[in-house]
Structures are given as structure tokens and as C-alpha cells.
Design a protein around this ligand. Structure first.
Ligand SMILES: [Zn+2]
Length: 82
């Protein structure tokens, strides 16, 4: 009934300590870090792992995600998180 859109995040270099909010998941593997009940999936720009599942567009901002699967640092495009 609903269509979930997938959005690839932008892979960035590891932010210097104190320059960005980095969310790191404690377990390694294909894990979802944030789960919501909306209609957008945010994917790791490197390995396509779903990092944010069913979140609202614009809900995620100013946060950098460390992909639990491949270790790449990701941000949502255009948020100016770093
Ligand atoms: Zn990844």
C-alpha cells in the first residue's frame, strides 16, 4: 500500500572528533540503526546496507552514520553535517 523510497547516503571521510555527531552501532553486520514508520530508507553509499529504515524525509539531519556493515561514514546529502 505504501511505497518506500530508497535514498543512498553520501560517503564521507571519517570526521575529526568533535566536529560531527557520529552514530555508531555496537554490533557489526547488516543492521538498521534507526527504524521509523514513514516512507524513506537511507542506504549506505558504499555497501547499500539499509541504515535508516522507514524514516521521514528530512527527519535525519546533522548526523553521520558509521555503517555497521562496512565501516564507511555516511551522511544524508545536503544537510551540512560535516
Ligand atoms: Zn556500508
Amino acid at each position: 500500500m505504501e511505497t518506500v523510497k530508497s535514498i543512498q547516503m553520501e560517503v564521507i571521510p571519517e570526521p575529526r572528533p568533535g566536529t560531527a555527531s557520529v552514530l555508531v552501532y555496537a554490533h557489526k553486520g547488516k543492521h538498521v540503526i534507526i527504524k521509523g514508520a514513514s516512507d524513506h530508507n537511507y542506504l549506505c553509499g558504499s555497501c547499500q546496507n539499509v541504515i535508516c529504515e522507514k524514516v521521514a524525509l528530512g527527519q535525519i539531519s546533522n548526523v553521520v552514520f558509521k555503517c555497521p556493515n562496512c565501516g564507511a561514514f555516511n551522511r544524508v546529502r545536503g544537510t551540512g553535517a560535516v
